[in-house]
Ligand binder design. Structure first.
Ligand SMILES: [Zn+2]
Length: 427
């Protein structure tokens, strides 16, 4: 990328590699270099060296090495372009772009700025509203969790936020673009009113959208920001910005249904919990997970909608090269209610033995042939050959079907058009 060359040099000059890597791992001075425990492989004696004069790092244990850009790519799990954007921002370097790209970037920056102002507004309002505070406390979300997830409250008013932001010089047009106001017959009004606010963050922790939940039984229960240049709900998972650094340790991501499930799970120490933003699962979400881990455990309600959602999620995520297991909670429980009732230990026990997707399908009371077809249909989405082989064997053993017939069925399914992202129809 020739147009980036001078910017690259400037970013490298402005960022000290020792200081930057120290944000991720602790480094000690060793002669001219700095050393620490390698973040890429597990070790007890440090073999990870950072050379400040050359501005590079290298691990003598696993051979990993590079500069600030490769380090960010590896540790934030991002592509070069994104690493460049992150580091440019950190260094205060403006990247040279085409006018079109600059326009889009400018628009995103504007929305981000407004979102940050809105977030502060919502957070301050939560502190001022005894009702909202009491509601969260009743749901078991204490101050610590409220802060960890940057929760807020949108007051019961038609234009408090609008007036507040306009008072700060935000243009009406930008408010519309950010999706914070809605156009009605009588003009513009606040989209979120009398709702608990769940900010939605990008992987890098930027507030890109908001979700709002009512505190009573009114509808809709949840409301999300509309899609904006900054926010595409099919590309984000709620809580992923907080969960991402725990996925290496847990070896899997826990996919839950709602924001409250995620918050409760994190509070109980299950910091690998995330949730989709609405009803559809997308291959983009699958790809996002795949950058950090190979395994998804679906923890949905055991009601009919939950079962349907679990099947749809497994179809999409198998297609992204992930392995999918299902954790079944007792009747009428969701992760939030189960954890509060039974505690951390009971949930850990359940987590030790999630169901394979085949066992999950076998639980249904249906004709064996229908079950077999359904199982084969789901595994036909698996893109990883080794994984698929294991599932073919499992179906063969558990349903007593010769492998050759499973292959025949799979071949038939291969002829059909590729599946699209699937809407599960749950709320
Ligand atoms: Zn290493």
């Amino acid at each position: 990328m020739p147009s980036y060359d001078s910017s690259l040099e400037e970013i490298k000059n402005r960022i000290d590699i020792v200081e930057m890597i120290s944000e991720y791992i602790s480094l000690k001075k060793a002669g001219h270099n700095w050393k620490g425990l390698c973040p890429c492989h597990s070790e007890k004696t440090p073999s990870f060296m950072v050379n400040p004069s050359k501005q590079i790092y290298r691990c003598f244990g696993c051979g990993n090495g590079g500069d600030i850009f490769t380090f960010v790519m590896q540790h934030e799990n991002v592509e070069f372009k994104e690493a460049l954007r992150i580091l440019a921002k950190k260094a205060g370097v403006t990247l040279r772009m085409s006018r079109e790209t600059a326009g889009r970037a400018g628009e995103k920056e504007t929305i981000l700025k407004i979102n940050n102002q809105a977030l502060t507004f919502f957070q301050q309002n939560l502190k001022k509203s005894p009702n909202a505070g009491a509601y969260l406390k009743k749901r078991g979300i204490g101050t610590e969790a409220q802060e960890h997830f940057s929760l807020g409250y949108a007051p019961k008013s038609w234009e408090d936020l609008k007036k507040h932001l306009e008072g700060k010089g935000v243009k009406t047009e930008s408010l519309l673009k950010a999706g914070l106001v809605t156009k009605g017959d009588k003009g513009l009004y606040d989209k979120f009113r009398n709702r608990i606010i769940f900010p939605i963050f990008s992987l890098q922790g930027e507030v890109i959208a908001f979700g709002g939940r009512v505190m009573d039984s009114s509808e809709p229960k949840y409301l999300n920001s509309p899609e904006t240049p900054l926010f595409n709900k099919g590309r984000v998972l709620y809580g992923f910005n907080l969960a991402k650094k725990h996925l290496k340790d847990t070896g899997n991501v826990l996919l839950m249904e709602g924001y409250l499930d995620v918050i409760t799970a994190h509070s109980f120490g299950f910091r690998n919990a995330v949730a989709p933003l609405g009803t559809a699962f997308t291959s983009d979400q699958g790809k996002l997970i795949k950058r950090f881990t190979d395994n998804v455990v679906i923890v949905f309600d055991s009601d009919q909608a939950g079962v349907k959602a679990a099947k749809s999620a497994s179809v999409v995520f198998f297609g992204s090269g992930l392995d999918v297991k299902v954790l079944f909670l007792p009747e009428k429980e969701d992760p939030d209610s189960f954890l509060k009732k039974n505690g951390k230990e009971s949930f850990s026990v359940l987590l030790e033995n999630p169901l394979s997707i085949i066992d999950f399908i076998l639980r249904q009371k249906k004709d064996k042939r229908l079950i077999a077809r359904e199982a084969i249909d789901i595994i036909s989405n698996i893109s990883d050959g080794i994984l698929l082989d294991g599932y073919i064997k499992e179906i063969s053993e558990k349903l007593r079907i010769k492998e050759v017939f499973i292959f025949v069925e799979l071949r038939k399914l291969e002829q059909r058009p590729a599946p699209h992202d699937i809407d599960t129809g749950t709320a």
